[in-house]
Write a protein that binds this ligand. Sequence first.
Ligand code: NAD
Length: 333
Amino acid sequence: MPIKTWLTETLGIRVPIVQGGMQWVGVAELASAVSNAGGLGILTALTQPSPDALRKEIQRCKQMTSKPFGVNITLLPSMTLKPGDYALYAQAIIDEGVKVVETAGNNPGPVIKQLKEAGVTVIHKCTSIRHALSAQKLGVDCLSIDGFEAAGHVGEADVGTLILLAKAKKVLTIPFIASGGMADGRSVAAALALGAVGANMGTRFMCTAESPIHHDIKLQIVKGTENDTALMLRSFKNTARIYKNKIADQVTAIEKRGGAEFKDVAALVSGARGKTVYEAGDSEAGVWSSGQSMALIDDVPTCEAMLAKIEGEVEQIIGGLGSLVVPAASARL
Ligand code: NAD
């Protein structure tokens, strides 16, 4: 029996699961595979070197799926982008007729306005209730509530998904999906119980057959546990959760010394260097994002097999929970 939520109905997808925006990972091969499997695939805008390259990637994705897919734009400190670049990427998305965008990061107001004026459905990802309320005021359609377990930029407040979702249900008036720690049917069922209309998954999709990263990195994720991540860029208030490797140790050691400037770590943390991890399959070549959900990942399935499995698990878990509620007369005191 299909799971029906605001997300499936509004986006026209079968499974209430969105593939998170992931630098160097969110390309047409993966996004189309997720959409073809019934979820919402997401291209990462900034993985493309220019707005024109993004236009071509959107066109390529359209050739690979007839199902809806979205694009992620993340607005965070960058070594390569100028502030005006985001509007140009957003315009490329609008011009290519993409109907859903995942925004994330700092000062998203202008990009959200640009997308909403063009009739795009906006899912804004944020790591705090304060930012969720601001985005709601800016007119986004849905929030992606990103707990501390997540990969990538986790914010500075260190609040886990469990608390954030329950609080979101209390204070938000628009729908929200769960992000951070989502990797199997059990986590998705829990998110739905907490009031979410679906889940966002990043690390889980990195570790699928269609994910464009080197197989050895997928095996590293399979081996990884909840203790194999590190937090970098804390001292610059731009905290990111990454895989705990030697480069992560070097960066955190520099930050711990105190008084570090960004230029002291720039060469170590650069995305261009991180990209070589995925290309060469050398997990020590640079920094790369990974969430605590590695603990729950033990295979490299196709997106189709993975989403079908999660769908079945969610159904079974939600159905099973119903049997815990017994008529008052037969309940034991
Ligand atoms: P990059 O090489 O420009 O920067 C590498 C890291 O350093 C990023 O975490 C970035 O936020 C951080 N950084 C850059 N300048 C900084 C500064 N002055 N102070 C503090 N931190 C700084 O990044 P990239 O890997 O090429 O990615 C490009 C952009 O996409 C960045 O803004 C990055 O944060 C963002 N991003 C997006 C996703 C996604 O899933 N969409 C994932 C990771 C990063």
